[in-house]
Write a protein that binds this ligand. Sequence first.
Ligand code: FAD
Length: 375
Amino acid sequence: MDHDTRGAAAFEHPRAGRRIGVRTLGIPEEFGGTSVDPKEEVQTFAIISEEIARGDSGLADKLVQIWKVSVLLRHVAPRHLQQEWFPRIVKDATFLLAHCLTEPRGASDRWLPYNVPEAAMHTRAVLKGDKWVINGRKQFISNGYDAKLFVVYANTDPAVGMLQGTSSFLVPRDTPGLVVQRCNETMGGRFMNNGEIVFEDMAVPRDHLLVEGNALSKAGIYFRPGKIIQAAKNLGVGVSTFEKTAEYVQNYIQGGRILIKHQAVACCLAEMATKLAAVRAILREASAAVDENAPDADALCNMAKLFASEEIFKVVQHAMELHGGNGVMLDFGIEKLLRDAAIFLHMDGTTDVSKFKIVKAMFPETAGAYAGPEK
Ligand SMILES: Cc1cc2nc3c(=O)[nH]c(=O)nc-3n(C[C@H](O)[C@H](O)[C@H](O)COP(=O)(O)OP(=O)(O)OC[C@H]3O[C@@H](n4cnc5c(N)ncnc54)[C@H](O)[C@@H]3O)c2cc1C
């Protein structure tokens, strides 16, 4: 399926998502969103995104961007922008949101971040009269090809580090100067159209500024539930892999017996199940920590995202091996789960950078400082 056909088909599912209310999680009830107990919001996101990803990881990618960006807008968008955009998102079942941070020459360091001017964003926003004029480029953006509304991060003060010099803006798709340049052919999660976006003298009304200067710190409200949702989607891929494999080994016969009767196969299945239980345990602890705003929530959600990505990848590797030759055949569907699982290793931060962030949260004075020359 090409990405345009995929795009058209992909809107059918968000429509179904609207019927059951799952598309508008994160949007305040007063604007027509689906209400969730705020004390358990992130835990609820985790349960629902796992279930959707169990069916298809790419569909989950598509929908969760609406929840994550809506939570951010709820916290940082001025009231008039919330009044304008939330009802439109609710009304239009094909409305998707995107969050644009990653650039060709800066991604992982933004997660750390190295708070020095040389590591700052290359996308620049300059205030001219009553408009912010933005120039630059964003890559690898979830829903970037289809979204109708983008949150865009840009440098508004090149003299300082990115924690002080990055601002965020709300940008409608039809803003002159916004060019959606391509749809990336991702190896997994293909139902979500990941895109590249260029800004050429894009003029955004002054009142579409979301956060001036410290936008990266304010984005924590997006990233914490974001990491939990990543781990939960990842778990959904693992659960689906286990279910398919458990069925296969109880039906496929080799050496005159169904596979599960061979002890090596049984042990491998036990390992898969144990990894899933371990991922579920850390996910449960981390999502509760985010809902409770616990002091260790930051480290825990990075741990959950990191641990899920590495363990579920191993679960899918076992599944490939247990399926033998059938594991690499398109009609068995296991290779698709391997491709989906591979994406999680670096979505929302690579494994290396996630490890840095965990240690940095634990030892901010030493591990958290810039590794450049000593002052
Ligand atoms: C499917 C998908 C969806 C995505 N969706 C979005 C989205 O919606 N919005 C968005 O903004 N981004 C999105 N991304 C981008 C994603 O967050 C980045 O891919 C990720 O942060 C890694 O950046 P990078 O690919 O540029 O790798 P790089 O930063 O180039 O990293 C390459 C390697 O170098 C290491 N490395 C790089 N710099 C450092 C450093 N300073 N210290 C130590 N190690 C370092 C990394 O750990 C990695 O191993 C998406 C990516 C994918 C694949």
